[in-house]
Every structure is written in structure tokens, then in C-alpha cells.
Design a protein around this ligand. Structure first.
Ligand SMILES: C[S@@+](CC[C@H](N)C(=O)[O-])C[C@H]1O[C@@H](n2cnc3c(N)ncnc32)[C@H](O)[C@@H]1O
Length: 224
């Protein structure tokens, strides 16, 4: 890399870090961290197996785009990524910083996942990768979100959440079973990556169970 592009790269990282900090000061509950994710987390995200042959992935809480870029680096050339970000300034920044024809950024609430993904007429995702802070959601919101993820995922799809705390497990384990857990001690603060799989079965029983999840918990039925 030339020194001019190294300088430009460093400048854009500083701009992102500054925007992230400002986003945290203005929306501490939603952003939940003063720094964007570390290179240690980004390299773990790039290694996720579920990205390799994916056609369609949904990212929840991309922030200023460091994680978005990492996911795109491991996704196939013909895949698509839908990134849903609540904070409007982050969504604007992300559209400017990550220029990639595979990426579609939506400024919206991950709690409306089913409506947003259906609105965009996408395929069922191979993976949902989430950085939204489950510890700041009420029990009802956290349950609604994990149920929407489970309903919208492809059979055999993967739900990934990287979190500072374990709260997400109180909601997701009940639906998906035990996750694979990877510690990322070098992130500041240290965090864990949880990975759950939706069974690959396409049986009627499974379709019925997903439909009843969506009816009983207020999500819209699976439109995929
Ligand atoms: C811990 S930060 C992670 C940011 C980025 N992925 C990273 O790792 O650097 C959490 C992100 O989730 C976003 N967020 C929080 N609640 C959200 C919601 N309900 N819907 C969409 N995004 C949300 C925040 O604005 C913030 O960008």
C-alpha cells in the first residue's frame, strides 16, 4: 500500500472512530460501546463458515461499517448483504464508507426484522449476524427479535451474535439450543461470539413450528 493510501485509510478509520464515539454519546443505550469493533473481532467475523457460500446475509447493528466490510470480504461475489442500522448518522456514514454493489443499507429498527426483510423482497437469509445490544432490550423485545430471526432464516441457516454479555442466550438458547461460543479476549471490552443453527429439516412439522412461533409472538408470518 502506498503512503498516500495508508494516510487516507488511517484518516477514514479516525473519522469512523470519531463518528462512533459521537454516536455513543448521543445514543448510549443503543450503541453500547465507545469504540467500533477491534481487528480481533473483525478477523473472527471474516472466519465465519456461514459466510463462505452464502447468497444472502442480514446484518443487525452495523454501526460505522467496520463489521460490514469484514462480512463482505468473506462473502461470495454474487451474494447480497442487507445491513439494518437504527442510528441515522451511522446509516449515512455506512453508505458513504462502504461502496459495494452487494450491500444494501437500511436505516431502521432490527426489532422490525420480519417487516424490513419482507419489504425488500429478499431471499431467506443464510445467516443473520447481530451486533445489537440484547442487554438493552426488554425481555419482550429480545424474545421478539430472536423469534423473528428464527422464522426468517433459511433451514440450516445460522444466527450469530457478538456480545459483551450473555443476555442473548436467555432468549436464543430456548429456540435454537446451545450455541457454539468463541471468546474474543482482545476486543475492548472482551466479548463472545455465539453461533446457533436452525435445523436443516424442511419437514411439515418444522414449518408448523415456525408458523406458530410467528403467530404466538407477534411477528409477521414467514413470507419467503
Ligand atoms: C455495539 S455497536 C456495534 C457496531 C458495529 N457492528 C461494530 O461492531 O463496530 C451496536 C450497534 O447496533 C445499533 N443498534 C442498536 N439497537 C438497534 C436496533 N434496534 N436496530 C438496529 N440497530 C441497532 C447501534 O446503533 C450500533 O450501531
Amino acid at each position: 500500500m502506498s503512503s498516500a493510501s495508508q494516510f487516507a485509510n488511517r484518516r477514514s478509520q479516525m473519522t469512523s472512530a470519531w463518528r462512533f464515539l459521537r454516536g455513543f454519546i448521543e445514543n448510549p443505550g443503543h450503541v453500547a460501546s465507545v469504540l467500533p469493533s477491534s481487528s480481533a473481532l473483525l478477523s473472527r467475523l471474516r472466519d465465519l463458515k456461514c459466510l463462505r457460500d452464502s447468497e444472502f446475509v442480514i446484518e443487525l447493528g452495523p454501526g460505522t461499517g467496520e463489521t460490514t466490510q469484514a462480512l463482505l470480504e468473506s462473502m461470495p461475489a454474487k451474494s447480497r448483504l442487507l445491513s439494518i442500522e437504527l442510528v441515522p448518522e451511522f446509516a449515512v456514514h455506512l453508505r458513504e464508507m462502504v461502496i459495494d454493489p452487494r450491500l444494501h443499507v437500511v436505516q431502521g429498527n432490527a426489532l422490525k426484522l420480519t417487516e424490513l426483510s419482507a419489504l425488500h423482497r429478499e431471499l431467506a437469509p443464510d445467516a443473520v449476524i447481530s451486533g445489537v445490544p440484547f442487554s438493552h432490550f426488554s425481555d419482550e423485545q429480545a424474545n421478539r427479535l430472536v423469534r423473528s430471526v428464527r422464522v426468517c432464516l433459511k433451514p440450516g441457516g445460522t444466527f450469530v451474535a457478538y456480545q459483551f454479555r450473555n443476555d442473548v442466550r436467555d432468549h436464543a438458547d430456548e429456540l435454537f439450543g446451545r450455541p457454539q461460543v468463541t471468546a474474543v479476549p482482545l476486543n475492548i471490552p472482551p466479548l463472545s461470539i455465539f453461533e446457533w443453527s436452525k435445523p436443516a429439516s424442511t419437514s411439515k412439522e418444522m414449518a408448523r413450528s415456525d408458523w406458530s412461533l410467528s403467530r404466538n409472538h407477534g411477528a409477521i408470518g414467514n413470507k419467503y
